[in-house]
Design a protein around this ligand. Structure first.
Ligand code: RB5
Length: 149
């Protein structure tokens, strides 16, 4: 079973706790990097913790929750090898796996409700990368542009 690293800031704390339990119920091995309360904190700290675990192959995928998902994705995408996607609909949850081979899912607890977040998380985890030649080529270009920064 895949290993998932999960993290949030204060805005995503409650949703992160619910999604963590959902992942455990589904049989995933889950590493929670925090935050562990709703006290105000800084989303980049948790984004980098999750991203580093994915890049180090200590986790197969990452899940990050903040108010919008946007700050988390910005921070995670600074880490070479990370393809983090903000998802707010089912189509994007599927497409970012099958087209982008996204390895980190970011969602906004102030944008979508918990039921939607659970649905999008399941789609994200259940969708394989398509392995399409066109998508592999595009991801290669992404990786190169990231390493040039
Ligand atoms: C925190 O108030 C909020 O700015 C943060 O959770 C996130 O939405 C940033 O992108």
């Amino acid at each position: 079973m895949e290993r998932i690293a999960i993290g949030s800031d204060h805005a995503g704390f409650e949703m992160k706790e619910i999604l963590k339990q959902h992942l455990i119920d589904r049989g995933y091995s889950v590493t929670d990097v925090g935050t562990f309360s709703d006290a105000s904190c800084d989303y980049p700290d948790y984004a980098v913790e999750v991203a580093n675990r994915v890049v180090a192959k200590e986790a197969d995928k990452g899940v990050l929750i903040c108010g919008t998902g946007i700050g988390m994705s910005m921070a995670a995408n600074k880490v070479p090898g990370i393809r983090a996607a903000v998802v707010g609909d089912a189509f994007s949850a599927e497409a970012t796996r099958s087209h982008n081979d996204a390895n980190v899912l970011c969602m906004g607890a102030r944008v979508i409700d918990v039921e939607k977040a659970r649905e999008f998380l399941d789609i994200f985890l259940d969708t394989p990368f398509s392995e399409g030649e066109n998508h592999i080529r595009r991801i290669g270009k992404l990786e190169r542009s990231q390493s040039e920064q």
